[in-house]
Design a protein around this ligand. Sequence first.
Ligand code: COA
Ligand code: AMP
Length: 639
Amino acid sequence: MPILEGMMTKSYQAIYNQWQVDPIGFWAAAAEDIHWYKKWDKVLDDSNAPFYHWFSGAQVNSCYNALDRHVENGRAGQLALIYDSPVTNTVKKFTYAELLDQVARFAGVLRSRGIEKGDRVIIYMPMVPEAVMAMLACARIGAIHSVVFGGFAAKELATRIDDAKPKLIVSASCGIEVARIIEYKPLLDEAIELSEHKPHACIILQRPQAQAAMVAGRDVSWDEVMQSSKPVECVPVAATDPLYILYTSGTTGIPKGVVHDNGGHLVALKWSMQYIYGINPGEVYWAASDVGWIVGHSYIVYAPLFHGCTTILYEGKPVGTPDPGVFWRVISEHNVTVLFTAPTTFRAIKRDDPNGEYVRKYDLSNFRTLFLAGERCDPATLHWAEQQLGVPVIDHWWQTETAWPICANLMGIEHLPVKPGSATVPMPGYDVRVLGENKQEVVSGQIGDIVIKLPLPPGCLPTLWQNDEGYKQSYLNSFPGYYITADAGYKDDDGYLWIMSRTDDIINVAGHRLSTGAMEEVLASHPDVAECSVIGVADELKGEVPLGTVVLKTGVERPHDEIVKELIQMVREKIGPVASFKTATVVKRQPKTRSGKILRGTMKKIADGAVYRMPATIDDPAVLDEIAADLAALGYPHK
Ligand code: COA
Ligand code: AMP
């Protein structure tokens, strides 16, 4: 690993400069740390810009790099995966050899069901080891997986089925939310009913907590098919072939199919483990997220295994399963070195254990660093975590689209001073700029659109699934030559990035990315609703939660609370419980500009109790007073 040795003595600035001076040489050196069947013809293929491809001409396999390689190189007996599930009272451990065996056999199952390189497989599963096995089994035979988070409703799953067109779906009979059994199978059946595309087959993991009814001729049980399966070997794929599609909220009700490829993804993720997370092969890494999100893809499954670490798959919550000490129990029981989670987790723990009494019950002496991402980290939460844990707490910033951090602290190299509220500095590979309205860079301290100069580094999305035009439209067209992050913020005099808000209609609820536009589409479909808007309002626990305001059609005289209840139920059924859509109210009018645009930003400021200026373009200022009164009736702004 030449690059690692050469870099260990350097500073952040030296490494960033090294990348700036010779980006191709930088990534070529990092790629030496990966197993390739055939090396690349070109490190960066820019012949079809603005579509860039890393390591074109190379042949590789992500599953081989995650499992076989380690088994062949002395890690066969080391733990690869620890499944810790307080909701089922289970801890199960898999060595690299055991995980490889399961994955190779499930890959055999997929193959026997006609799945080949390039075919799509949807995985709709709770946090069970079989979800990880299914992902790696797809990677093994070059099939493209698309994991759908369990908290989404059937309609959301149906949309993804229609876009990805999977030949096969892997699912489970149920998930467990604290003590509640959530039956997945009825949701899956409904989604297949709703979708135009129909999968040929479904493989269902029957969990002891619920038995799913099977559809004859289509559904088979995981255990049954695994009994007779034969293991299969890794299939070399092009570095530029897609590894997976992960759907994420866009600005409409239709989610975007973010693609990540094999080669660049391998190189960047492996690199990030050593340099950003500062962890060594053989150590235990825990990303407390869900395999349905990007954090789960990158840092529960792929990066820790690429790096030869032990990864933790945790099925539970930070509180209530059974108490706010459960994270400290997992860290001490399994010797976790690095934890990665969302600030919401810490707000939840702090709420239930403000003085950190549970923290002191456990031996955390092997715990080295806490990383937070997914939403803005408020300084109070960061300070609390630092005080309780006595380790560095690193806020870092990235997106589903990038798959690894854009801004962070290179903990494997140099721990730069933490500035609470800032995601620290750009990582090598990312030329981050802040642009103003005239598309020129603004001076430090001034807020603008945060963009990244093209090309994006390895690991980031090369395009959207079968939608090159949508990729350009969503990310490239507004600022030619740059990728638009859709985050606004500023750079300070030391080059630290401060991520302040989204520039689109995305909100961040408990670290989950959701589109208010999609929620508005649901509200607008209610027969009594004439007009509506959804805004994200500040929430002490979840950072932000959605709040809906609706104007009723003339003549509707039904009780408002009845309509509101229906609206809440509709969002739950059409988007899912994960939206946490629990508050809506009927208003007389929406505040608008003279051209008819709803003033969502101003409403948000009123709800949050923030200072706001009367928009110059407002149609009727009196509407804002009405809205303020309606929001006050709901308890906004919170005291
Ligand atoms: N399957 C089905 N339903 C799910 C689900 C899943 N996989 N995940 C969440 N839900 C449901 C929850 O049961 C809840 O339903 P409810 O409204 O009926 O209670 C709803 O979706 C919202 O879930 P959640 O956001 O998890 O809120 P919560 O109130 O249950 O728990 C926290 C609050 C703070 C404990 C929780 O949000 C949390 O653990 N946050 C950490 C965030 C995180 O890990 N983010 C990952 C990105 S790094
Ligand atoms: P997702 O694609 O779900 O990971 O969400 C990405 C979005 O979450 C980003 O575009 C930001 O808006 C937000 N986000 C992620 N990490 C941070 C952070 N450290 N600080 C502020 N916002 C963040």
